[in-house]
Design a protein. Sequence first.
Length: 287
Amino acid sequence: MAVPTIIDSAEFESVQAQLKTRSPAMTAPRVVSGPTLLTGICFCAGCGGAMTLRTGKSGRYRYYTCCTKARQGETGCNGRTVPMEKLDSVVAEHIEHRLLQSKRLEHILSRVLDRREERAKRRTAHIAELRKRAAEAEAKLKRLYDAIENGIADVSDPMLKERVTELRAVRDQARADAERAEGTLDRLGPSITPQALKTFASQARRRMRTEGGGYRRDHLRALAQRIEVDAKEVRIMGSKSVLLRTLVAAESAKTAGFGVPSSVPKWRARRDSNSRPSESKSDALSS
């Protein structure tokens, strides 16, 4: 029987692409969790190669350089070399002052939010229909049981048994489908209001910056997934579905704190069979 779509194709493909880029088999763990702000998401607009970190003057200066140009010189690519601090600031400040404004977020996400609301309405209507179907089957079963108790129906009648079995199956299936549909509705998270956008933008702007004046890498990557450096401009690209999920997660937790997966392991909280014989309690790591 027909069932509603849980997620649309665009959202599915976006999630799969992110999982692929963050997979240790595709991207080195140092790129996923390293300290450099734009490593792994910054690319040369000319050749498409990664902009990798280079140093000069015995490490005093740090630059993002097109990897093709670094290996092959200008015969391979005319890509630029940009001071790390300068490019980091340009990208982060653009996100901070242009994207993280409630009106801008509302404009960017308007269609996505409309589709999200439509999906929620369709799922709510579908859940109501499933609950109605289960209630109708339950009512029919009750009438059959009443008929048996009153001697109107013969309990040994094979057709009666078949009808009872059929109604039970319809009732149980409808209830199970309704519970699953309610679960997908819950996963959509809370509704996104103009006030929620305003709060998210304000908190995200504040939390993007570290106490030392730098920028938090995980916060930036939740808002931008690809940076392209051209001769005269820097293009910042991100996914609307990723931005929406970040916003929903922040609203669900009542905070704008969000991050990206890293490859840093979470150690066991209690001693177990992996403990070395020489370990003492004070040496055991906790999460």
